[in-house]
Design a protein around this ligand. Structure first.
Ligand code: SF4
Length: 325
Protein backbone atom coordinates (compact mmCIF):
# COMPACT_ATOMS: atom_id res chain seq x y z
CA UNK A 1 0.00 0.00 0.00
CA UNK A 2 1.40 3.36 -0.97
CA UNK A 3 1.39 6.21 1.51
CA UNK A 4 -0.09 9.66 0.91
CA UNK A 5 3.47 11.00 0.70
CA UNK A 6 4.42 8.53 -2.05
CA UNK A 7 1.38 9.42 -4.11
CA UNK A 8 1.92 13.13 -3.62
CA UNK A 9 5.53 12.86 -4.74
CA UNK A 10 4.48 10.86 -7.83
CA UNK A 11 1.80 13.41 -8.70
CA UNK A 12 4.30 16.23 -8.22
CA UNK A 13 7.09 14.51 -10.17
CA UNK A 14 5.10 14.10 -13.38
CA UNK A 15 4.79 17.23 -15.48
CA UNK A 16 1.43 18.91 -16.03
CA UNK A 17 -1.82 18.95 -14.09
CA UNK A 18 -3.99 15.89 -13.60
CA UNK A 19 -7.25 16.06 -15.49
CA UNK A 20 -10.67 15.17 -14.11
CA UNK A 21 -13.38 14.49 -16.66
CA UNK A 22 -16.84 14.81 -15.14
CA UNK A 23 -19.46 12.63 -16.82
CA UNK A 24 -22.75 14.44 -17.42
CA UNK A 25 -25.47 13.48 -16.67
CA UNK A 26 -24.54 11.86 -13.36
CA UNK A 27 -26.02 11.62 -9.85
CA UNK A 28 -29.73 11.96 -8.94
CA UNK A 29 -32.44 11.06 -11.48
CA UNK A 30 -36.03 12.31 -11.37
CA UNK A 31 -37.29 9.14 -9.65
CA UNK A 32 -34.76 9.41 -6.83
CA UNK A 33 -35.37 13.15 -6.36
CA UNK A 34 -39.09 12.47 -6.13
CA UNK A 35 -38.68 9.65 -3.59
CA UNK A 36 -36.41 11.73 -1.34
CA UNK A 37 -38.77 14.72 -1.56
CA UNK A 38 -41.67 12.52 -0.48
CA UNK A 39 -39.93 11.36 2.72
CA UNK A 40 -38.54 14.83 3.31
CA UNK A 41 -41.96 16.38 3.02
CA UNK A 42 -43.60 13.80 5.33
CA UNK A 43 -40.90 14.39 7.95
CA UNK A 44 -41.81 18.07 7.94
CA UNK A 45 -45.57 17.69 8.05
CA UNK A 46 -46.31 14.50 10.02
CA UNK A 47 -45.26 13.37 13.42
CA UNK A 48 -42.10 11.28 13.48
CA UNK A 49 -41.44 8.50 13.06
CA UNK A 50 -42.18 8.12 9.37
CA UNK A 51 -41.56 4.50 8.42
CA UNK A 52 -39.98 3.58 5.09
CA UNK A 53 -40.14 0.02 3.78
CA UNK A 54 -36.63 -0.84 2.51
CA UNK A 55 -34.07 1.83 1.68
CA UNK A 56 -35.92 4.70 -0.01
CA UNK A 57 -33.13 4.71 -2.62
CA UNK A 58 -29.96 2.61 -2.55
CA UNK A 59 -27.54 5.11 -1.07
CA UNK A 60 -26.09 5.11 2.43
CA UNK A 61 -25.65 8.91 2.62
CA UNK A 62 -29.29 9.52 1.71
CA UNK A 63 -30.57 6.86 4.12
CA UNK A 64 -28.44 8.04 7.07
CA UNK A 65 -29.46 11.66 6.41
CA UNK A 66 -33.17 10.82 6.54
CA UNK A 67 -32.67 8.55 9.57
CA UNK A 68 -31.10 11.47 11.38
CA UNK A 69 -34.31 13.44 10.80
CA UNK A 70 -36.73 10.80 12.06
CA UNK A 71 -37.24 8.31 9.23
CA UNK A 72 -37.24 4.66 10.33
CA UNK A 73 -36.20 2.17 7.67
CA UNK A 74 -37.66 -1.31 8.02
CA UNK A 75 -37.31 -4.46 5.94
CA UNK A 76 -40.89 -5.67 6.29
CA UNK A 77 -44.29 -4.19 7.10
CA UNK A 78 -44.49 -6.38 10.24
CA UNK A 79 -42.04 -3.91 11.84
CA UNK A 80 -44.43 -0.97 11.28
CA UNK A 81 -46.94 -0.27 14.07
CA UNK A 82 -50.65 -0.38 13.13
CA UNK A 83 -51.95 2.92 11.79
CA UNK A 84 -48.47 4.41 11.21
CA UNK A 85 -47.35 6.20 8.03
CA UNK A 86 -45.21 4.01 5.77
CA UNK A 87 -43.52 4.96 2.51
CA UNK A 88 -42.88 2.41 -0.22
CA UNK A 89 -39.44 2.89 -1.75
CA UNK A 90 -38.61 4.02 -5.30
CA UNK A 91 -38.04 0.38 -6.33
CA UNK A 92 -41.73 -0.56 -6.05
CA UNK A 93 -43.54 -3.35 -4.21
CA UNK A 94 -45.49 -6.48 -5.09
CA UNK A 95 -49.32 -6.33 -4.83
CA UNK A 96 -49.13 -8.66 -1.81
CA UNK A 97 -47.30 -5.93 0.11
CA UNK A 98 -49.98 -3.37 -0.79
CA UNK A 99 -52.70 -5.80 0.30
CA UNK A 100 -50.93 -6.44 3.60
CA UNK A 101 -50.64 -2.69 4.25
CA UNK A 102 -54.34 -2.18 3.51
CA UNK A 103 -55.27 -5.04 5.86
CA UNK A 104 -53.17 -3.46 8.61
CA UNK A 105 -54.74 -0.02 8.11
CA UNK A 106 -51.35 1.54 7.41
CA UNK A 107 -51.20 5.04 5.99
CA UNK A 108 -49.29 4.33 2.77
CA UNK A 109 -47.48 6.91 0.66
CA UNK A 110 -46.07 5.36 -2.49
CA UNK A 111 -42.67 6.59 -3.70
CA UNK A 112 -42.40 3.96 -6.47
CA UNK A 113 -40.72 5.58 -9.46
CA UNK A 114 -43.28 6.08 -12.25
CA UNK A 115 -40.96 4.26 -14.66
CA UNK A 116 -40.93 1.19 -12.39
CA UNK A 117 -44.72 1.40 -12.06
CA UNK A 118 -44.88 1.37 -15.88
CA UNK A 119 -43.05 -1.99 -15.96
CA UNK A 120 -45.61 -3.41 -13.48
CA UNK A 121 -48.44 -2.23 -15.72
CA UNK A 122 -46.85 -3.83 -18.78
CA UNK A 123 -46.38 -7.15 -16.93
CA UNK A 124 -50.11 -7.23 -16.11
CA UNK A 125 -51.04 -6.28 -19.69
CA UNK A 126 -48.93 -9.03 -21.25
CA UNK A 127 -50.26 -11.71 -18.89
CA UNK A 128 -53.82 -10.55 -19.48
CA UNK A 129 -53.15 -11.10 -23.20
CA UNK A 130 -52.04 -14.68 -22.50
CA UNK A 131 -48.27 -14.21 -22.55
CA UNK A 132 -45.55 -15.62 -20.34
CA UNK A 133 -43.40 -12.68 -19.22
CA UNK A 134 -39.63 -13.16 -19.16
CA UNK A 135 -38.27 -10.54 -16.77
CA UNK A 136 -34.62 -9.71 -17.47
CA UNK A 137 -33.02 -8.67 -14.20
CA UNK A 138 -31.09 -9.68 -11.09
CA UNK A 139 -32.54 -12.04 -8.48
CA UNK A 140 -33.11 -10.51 -5.08
CA UNK A 141 -33.17 -6.87 -6.26
CA UNK A 142 -36.17 -5.11 -4.72
CA UNK A 143 -37.42 -3.83 -8.06
CA UNK A 144 -37.31 -7.36 -9.51
CA UNK A 145 -39.12 -8.81 -6.50
CA UNK A 146 -41.86 -6.21 -6.87
CA UNK A 147 -42.33 -6.81 -10.61
CA UNK A 148 -42.24 -10.61 -10.22
CA UNK A 149 -44.96 -10.26 -7.60
CA UNK A 150 -47.44 -8.76 -10.09
CA UNK A 151 -48.02 -12.00 -11.99
CA UNK A 152 -45.90 -14.62 -10.22
CA UNK A 153 -47.46 -17.63 -11.97
CA UNK A 154 -46.75 -16.25 -15.45
CA UNK A 155 -43.43 -14.44 -14.96
CA UNK A 156 -39.98 -16.04 -15.16
CA UNK A 157 -36.75 -14.29 -14.17
CA UNK A 158 -33.99 -14.38 -16.80
CA UNK A 159 -30.66 -13.24 -15.40
CA UNK A 160 -28.22 -14.02 -18.20
CA UNK A 161 -27.68 -15.26 -21.73
CA UNK A 162 -27.28 -18.71 -20.15
CA UNK A 163 -30.79 -18.42 -18.66
CA UNK A 164 -32.18 -17.11 -21.96
CA UNK A 165 -30.85 -20.18 -23.79
CA UNK A 166 -32.65 -22.54 -21.41
CA UNK A 167 -35.84 -20.86 -20.19
CA UNK A 168 -39.01 -22.92 -20.77
CA UNK A 169 -42.38 -21.32 -21.53
CA UNK A 170 -45.94 -22.62 -21.78
CA UNK A 171 -46.54 -21.39 -25.34
CA UNK A 172 -43.53 -20.29 -27.46
CA UNK A 173 -45.91 -18.19 -29.61
CA UNK A 174 -46.99 -16.08 -26.64
CA UNK A 175 -43.88 -14.78 -24.92
CA UNK A 176 -42.98 -11.22 -23.91
CA UNK A 177 -39.97 -9.74 -22.19
CA UNK A 178 -39.56 -6.88 -19.72
CA UNK A 179 -36.44 -5.50 -18.06
CA UNK A 180 -35.25 -4.23 -14.70
CA UNK A 181 -34.83 -0.48 -15.21
CA UNK A 182 -31.22 -0.33 -14.05
CA UNK A 183 -29.57 -2.96 -16.27
CA UNK A 184 -26.62 -2.24 -18.52
CA UNK A 185 -28.17 -1.74 -21.96
CA UNK A 186 -25.55 -3.76 -23.87
CA UNK A 187 -25.87 -6.80 -21.56
CA UNK A 188 -29.66 -6.74 -21.78
CA UNK A 189 -29.44 -6.51 -25.58
CA UNK A 190 -27.49 -9.80 -25.69
CA UNK A 191 -30.19 -11.53 -23.63
CA UNK A 192 -33.01 -10.11 -25.78
CA UNK A 193 -31.25 -11.24 -28.93
CA UNK A 194 -31.09 -14.86 -27.67
CA UNK A 195 -34.76 -14.74 -26.65
CA UNK A 196 -35.75 -13.37 -30.06
CA UNK A 197 -33.92 -16.18 -31.78
CA UNK A 198 -35.69 -18.81 -29.67
CA UNK A 199 -39.11 -17.13 -29.72
CA UNK A 200 -39.56 -15.29 -33.05
CA UNK A 201 -42.97 -13.91 -31.94
CA UNK A 202 -41.37 -12.37 -28.84
CA UNK A 203 -43.03 -9.15 -27.78
CA UNK A 204 -41.34 -6.39 -25.82
CA UNK A 205 -42.16 -3.21 -23.95
CA UNK A 206 -43.55 -0.21 -25.88
CA UNK A 207 -40.27 1.56 -25.37
CA UNK A 208 -37.18 0.17 -23.69
CA UNK A 209 -37.70 -0.36 -19.97
CA UNK A 210 -34.14 0.63 -19.25
CA UNK A 211 -34.94 4.12 -18.05
CA UNK A 212 -33.74 7.40 -19.55
CA UNK A 213 -31.53 8.11 -16.51
CA UNK A 214 -29.83 4.71 -16.63
CA UNK A 215 -29.26 5.03 -20.38
CA UNK A 216 -27.95 8.60 -20.14
CA UNK A 217 -25.54 7.83 -17.28
CA UNK A 218 -24.22 4.77 -19.08
CA UNK A 219 -23.61 6.72 -22.32
CA UNK A 220 -21.83 9.48 -20.39
CA UNK A 221 -19.59 7.17 -18.37
CA UNK A 222 -18.68 5.20 -21.50
CA UNK A 223 -17.58 8.41 -23.26
CA UNK A 224 -15.57 9.45 -20.22
CA UNK A 225 -13.97 6.01 -19.76
CA UNK A 226 -12.62 6.14 -23.33
CA UNK A 227 -10.48 9.16 -22.43
CA UNK A 228 -9.51 8.21 -18.85
CA UNK A 229 -6.89 6.05 -17.10
CA UNK A 230 -9.23 5.53 -14.15
CA UNK A 231 -12.95 6.02 -13.55
CA UNK A 232 -14.44 6.63 -10.11
CA UNK A 233 -18.18 6.11 -9.73
CA UNK A 234 -19.87 7.52 -6.62
CA UNK A 235 -22.50 5.13 -5.32
CA UNK A 236 -23.29 2.53 -2.69
CA UNK A 237 -22.49 -1.16 -3.01
CA UNK A 238 -26.19 -2.12 -3.18
CA UNK A 239 -26.97 0.39 -5.94
CA UNK A 240 -27.59 -1.61 -9.11
CA UNK A 241 -27.35 1.34 -11.48
CA UNK A 242 -24.07 2.55 -9.88
CA UNK A 243 -22.51 -0.92 -10.21
CA UNK A 244 -23.57 -1.06 -13.84
CA UNK A 245 -21.75 2.25 -14.47
CA UNK A 246 -18.53 0.69 -13.15
CA UNK A 247 -19.01 -2.32 -15.42
CA UNK A 248 -19.73 -0.14 -18.47
CA UNK A 249 -16.47 1.77 -17.85
CA UNK A 250 -14.54 -1.48 -17.34
CA UNK A 251 -15.88 -2.87 -20.62
CA UNK A 252 -14.10 0.06 -22.30
CA UNK A 253 -10.86 -1.36 -20.89
CA UNK A 254 -10.53 1.33 -18.20
CA UNK A 255 -9.87 0.64 -14.53
CA UNK A 256 -13.02 1.66 -12.65
CA UNK A 257 -14.13 1.56 -9.02
CA UNK A 258 -17.29 2.19 -7.03
CA UNK A 259 -16.80 4.47 -4.01
CA UNK A 260 -19.40 5.35 -1.41
CA UNK A 261 -17.43 8.41 -0.32
CA UNK A 262 -14.08 10.15 -0.81
CA UNK A 263 -12.50 8.07 1.97
CA UNK A 264 -12.83 4.93 -0.16
CA UNK A 265 -10.64 6.28 -2.96
CA UNK A 266 -7.43 4.23 -2.86
CA UNK A 267 -4.14 6.04 -3.26
CA UNK A 268 -2.88 3.01 -5.20
CA UNK A 269 -5.39 3.70 -7.99
CA UNK A 270 -4.45 7.39 -8.17
CA UNK A 271 -0.71 6.85 -8.45
CA UNK A 272 -1.17 5.37 -11.92
CA UNK A 273 -3.77 7.82 -13.25
CA UNK A 274 -3.28 11.10 -15.10
CA UNK A 275 -6.84 11.45 -16.43
CA UNK A 276 -9.59 10.45 -14.02
CA UNK A 277 -13.21 10.13 -15.10
CA UNK A 278 -15.87 10.84 -12.49
CA UNK A 279 -19.48 9.71 -12.49
CA UNK A 280 -22.20 8.94 -9.95
CA UNK A 281 -25.12 6.54 -9.87
CA UNK A 282 -28.68 7.84 -10.05
CA UNK A 283 -29.03 7.38 -6.28
CA UNK A 284 -25.75 9.11 -5.30
CA UNK A 285 -25.95 12.71 -4.05
CA UNK A 286 -23.96 15.39 -5.89
CA UNK A 287 -22.24 16.31 -2.61
CA UNK A 288 -20.38 12.96 -2.63
CA UNK A 289 -18.96 13.84 -6.05
CA UNK A 290 -17.98 17.29 -4.76
CA UNK A 291 -16.14 15.68 -1.85
CA UNK A 292 -14.26 13.29 -4.16
CA UNK A 293 -13.20 16.18 -6.41
CA UNK A 294 -12.09 18.20 -3.36
CA UNK A 295 -10.06 15.24 -2.07
CA UNK A 296 -8.32 14.82 -5.43
CA UNK A 297 -7.67 18.55 -5.57
CA UNK A 298 -6.01 18.36 -2.17
CA UNK A 299 -3.49 15.82 -3.54
CA UNK A 300 -2.17 18.01 -6.34
CA UNK A 301 -3.10 20.38 -9.16
CA UNK A 302 -6.09 19.28 -11.22
CA UNK A 303 -7.89 20.58 -14.27
CA UNK A 304 -11.63 19.87 -14.38
CA UNK A 305 -13.45 19.28 -17.67
CA UNK A 306 -17.03 18.12 -18.22
CA UNK A 307 -18.09 15.67 -20.90
CA UNK A 308 -21.82 16.13 -21.45
CA UNK A 309 -23.59 13.61 -23.65
CA UNK A 310 -27.12 14.95 -23.11
CA UNK A 311 -29.16 17.21 -20.84
CA UNK A 312 -32.06 16.00 -18.71
CA UNK A 313 -35.25 17.99 -18.05
CA UNK A 314 -37.50 15.28 -16.63
CA UNK A 315 -39.54 15.79 -13.46
CA UNK A 316 -42.14 13.50 -11.93
CA UNK A 317 -45.13 14.87 -10.04
CA UNK A 318 -45.44 14.08 -6.34
CA UNK A 319 -48.22 11.80 -5.05
CA UNK A 320 -51.42 13.53 -3.91
CA UNK A 321 -50.78 12.76 -0.22
CA UNK A 322 -47.71 15.00 -0.38
CA UNK A 323 -49.06 17.61 -2.82
CA UNK A 324 -52.04 18.29 -0.53
CA UNK A 325 -49.93 19.09 2.51
S1 SF4 B 1 -33.04 5.15 -12.29
FE1 SF4 B 1 -34.83 5.41 -13.64
S2 SF4 B 1 -36.31 3.88 -12.93
FE2 SF4 B 1 -34.77 4.13 -11.30
S3 SF4 B 1 -35.62 5.71 -9.93
FE3 SF4 B 1 -34.33 6.75 -11.44
S4 SF4 B 1 -35.76 7.41 -13.08
FE4 SF4 B 1 -36.77 5.79 -11.88
Amino acid sequence: MRTVGTVLSRWAAATGDRRLVMASPRSFCAGVERAIRIVDSLLQTRQAPVYVRKQIVHNSRVVHGLEGRGAVFVDELAEVPDGATVVFSAHGVAPAVRADAALRGLDVVDATCPLVAKVHTEAKRFVRDGHTVLLIGHAGHEEVEGTLGEEPADTVLVQSVHDAERVQVRDPERVAYLMQTTLAADEAADVVSVLRERFPSLRGPDSDDICYATTNRQHAVRAVARQSDLVLVAGSENSSNSRRLVEVAQREGTEAHLVDDAGQVSLDWLARARTIGISAGASAPAEVVDEIVAALGALGRIRIDTHETTTEKINFTLPKEVRQQ
